[in-house]
Design a protein around this ligand. Structure first.
Ligand code: PAP
Length: 340
């Protein structure tokens, strides 16, 4: 973070972002539409973002230099980022001799998946953009940013065409909402919890962190149809239904498919087991302690593991609330071919 902070928390926003030429990010924030309610958000280039994070979000477009062998793991919030990071890390580092931990075991036994793969816009000590630039290839990188806030080289083949690959993981919107609602209330530590009705109203208006969710989904969805070799669109529910298949798909997409010998030896199944909700959520390194997310924000490591179930929304929302989400998404995704 130290290095990154020096370059990124400068008080001058990048020119790309800076239509009104404010002098600082706080000046920029003051010019943007704002909403409160469940989390404080400002609208920037069609997306609702945490104002305190703009200084890390906006520079990504200009300062992140995609490499041809980069793999970006992109997700809307609560769609399975932690799981995808663990799987991608385990797939791409398999066969390496691991030295992490006293027992020389797999790094994921002692390192939280969110730390194993740095996030482009979350700057923690040692994981800022400048640190990411120094990482050796091939790099695995996570992001919650919508496609349009990433550099043109990532965004489309017509950009400068880095050729880097993107995996996008989406999830059924009602389960996303329930997961997010728990997460937000968890972050508040039980203090003045957000009412579900109020949060749902905003979610359905598109006012959620990195929302509108449907826009986030659609940008990657459309790109995956145009460039399937470079943008792989996956669904949480399909991964839950057949995780071994998902692991093989990911390995193929990463250009490190499992050999016949690996398949005979059960390597894909081993990776599924290592990265399962049950295994990861039970590890001491994921159950205790906090993740330093920079900007004086810490998140309990266990917060990233709640239930890991498909359809949990039914335990928290009424049928009417569920229908409200379904109707909004049906309308917003109409004609795109993306359905839930
Ligand atoms: P993020 O958006 O803050 O990065 P993310 O990891 O995407 O979080 O989402 C957390 C969700 O993934 C939680 O869902 P839930 O609230 O519905 O339970 C979490 O339980 C689930 N999750 C975490 N790890 C796994 C895993 N290994 N397998 C399946 N689901 C998982």
């Amino acid at each position: 973070m130290a290095q990154a902070a020096a370059s990124e928390s400068s008080k001058t926003p990048t020119s790309a972002a800076d239509e009104a030429e404010p002098k600082s990010y706080s000046d920029l924030v003051s010019t943007l539409p704002a909403r409160g309610g469940w989390v404080s958000l400002v609208q920037y280039q069609n997306y609702w973002l945490n104002p305190g994070r703009l200084q890390h979000i906006i520079p990504v477009k200009e300062l992140y230099k995609p490499r041809a062998d980069d793999i970006i793991l992109a997700t809307y919030l609560k769609c399975g980022t932690t799981w995808l990071k663990a799987l991608a890390f385990a797939i791409t580092t398999r066969g390496r001799r691991h030295h992490a931990g006293d027992d020389g075991g797999h790094p994921l036994l002692t390192v939280h998946p969110q730390e194993a793969v740095p996030h482009l816009e979350v700057h923690t000590p040692g994981q800022g953009l400048a640190d990411i630039e120094r990482l050796p290839s091939p790099r695995l990188l996570g992001t919650h940013l919508p496609l349009s806030l990433l550099p043109p080289a990532v965004v489309s083949a017509s950009g400068s065409g880095s050729g880097c690959r993107v995996v996008y993981l989406c999830r059924e919107p009602k389960d996303v909402f329930v997961s997010l609602w728990h997460f937000v209330n968890g972050m508040r530590g039980g203090r003045s919890p957000v009412e579900m009705d109020a949060a749902l109203g905003m979610f359905c208006e598109g006012v959620s962190p990195f929302g509108p969710v449907w826009e986030h989904y659609l940008e990657y969805w459309k790109e995956s149809l145009v460039r399937p070799e470079q943008v792989l669109f996956m669904r949480y529910e399909e991964m839950v239904a057949d995780p071994v298949r998902a692991v093989k798909t990911l390995a193929g997409f990463f250009a490190v498919p499992f050999t016949e010998e690996e398949e005979r030896g059960g390597v894909p199944e081993e990776i599924v087991r290592l990265c399962s909700f049950e295994t990861l959520s039970g590890l001491e390194s994921n159950r205790t302690g906090d993740l330093d997310c920079g900007d004086n924000t810490v998140i309990g490591k266990s917060t990233f593991f709640r239930k890991g179930k498909v359809g949990d929304w039914e335990n928290h929302m009424t049928k009417e609330m569920g229908k409200k989400v379904d109707d909004v998404f049906e309308e917003k995704l109409k004609g795109s071919g993306l359905v839930f």
